[in-house]
Write a new protein. Structure first.
Length: 333
């Protein structure tokens, strides 16, 4: 009998697992060159299918705005970005939003926007988009309206002042500063389920519904700090993207250790693999979670297969965040 489409379907699960295993688990910042585009003087694509990552359509970029410069002006699909250094403001659909290091911006689908550096150091930010997903389902749209370049002092002076952190068109929130981000676990975008409870040390909640945001496909949801010699909770779920802001460590994922350091992006594929993050160094780490809505959608429609699940030890206790077993770490090395 000739091979049919159904034979290919039956082979797909095993083929996908092999693709997950062969795909990169981390985007190493030092290995990715900067490029220049009409939108950004310096930018690097860190996570994308075209780079070999087996994603659900997710993208992560990092960009730098030189001192005295602005980005281009454009519009495209939904975007969520976190300011790593510097200060300035953005004009989104004619509204101004002022930001500084630690601020998070959320830009809805097809909202025209442009970012301005008004400080004394380069602005560095990390951004999450779902362009690969939009392209796959054939709704991808992007339009360049103006190019990046030096600021015009007269134009800056004529810019409107910020009047709100919320969009006037739909009432959704556009901006939150780290100093305003709540730490209450009930703010978690995933809810207070057992699989994510006591997952990290000090956690702040950013683009989540209880903070007034209306994200759909992508959101910078949390920023956390784990102390020296600390491990996270052990669990499994669909896709996860974590940007390392400070420090270094490793993630044990499906039986292999994946090292990462500040500037890197850890990528956990949508394979329901058990994993645990460990800071085996004498300095703290800070990390940023970028969540993508396609994971949420699959969790909702097929909860028994793809919902977040805590992993238990041999005594039946959930493996939650805490101090690492230094004896184990020494034997591991």
């Amino acid at each position: 009998m000739a091979k049919t489409f159904y034979d290919d379907w039956l082979e797909t699960p095993d083929r996908l697992q092999q693709e997950f295993w062969n795909s990169p688990a981390v985007a190493r910042d030092k290995d990715i060159p900067w490029v220049s585009t009409p939108q950004d003087a310096k930018v690097k694509l860190m996570v994308a299918n075209e780079l070999g990552f087996a994603t659900m359509g997710s993208n992560v970029l990092k960009a730098e705005i030189p001192v005295g410069w602005h980005t281009g002006r454009h519009r495209h699909g939904e975007e969520s970005l976190h300011i790593l250094s510097g200060e300035g403001f953005s004009i989104i659909e004619g509204q101004r939003f002022d930001w500084h290091e630690g601020s998070t911006l959320h830009i809805p689908f097809w909202h025209e926007h442009q970012h301005f550096n008004t400080g004394d150091v380069p602005v560095l930010y990390v951004s999450g988009m779902a362009f690969d997903l939009e392209r796959f389902v054939r709704v991808a749209r992007i339009q360049q309206l103006a190019e990046c370049g030096p600021n015009d002092p007269a134009e800056l002076a004529a810019m409107p002042a910020q009047v709100s952190e919320y969009y006037k068109d739909d009432g959704g929130r556009a901006l939150i500063h780290l100093e305003d981000a709540p730490t209450d676990p009930s703010y978690s975008a995933q809810g207070n389920i057992a699989a994510v409870r006591n997952q990290h040390g000090f956690t702040q909640h950013l683009v989540v519904p209880r903070n007034g945001f209306r994200s759909v496909s992508v959101a910078v949801t949390t920023r956390w700090r784990d102390e020296a010699f600390h491990h996270s909770g052990r669990h499994k779920h669909l896709e996860a993207v974590v940007y390392a802001i400070e420090g270094q460590g490793y993630t044990e994922m499906q039986g292999r250790d994946v090292p990462w350091e500040a500037g890197d992006v850890l990528y956990v594929p949508p394979a329901m693999w058990e994993h645990e993050h460990t800071n085996d160094n004498p300095n703290p780490v800070q990390q940023l979670r970028i969540a993508f809505g396609i994971r949420t959608w699959f969790t909702s429609v097929w909860p028994e297969g793809f919902g977040s699940q805590r992993i238990y030890d041999e005594d039946g206790n959930p493996i939650e965040a805490g101090a690492i077993n230094r004896e184990r770490e020494r034997s591991r090395s």
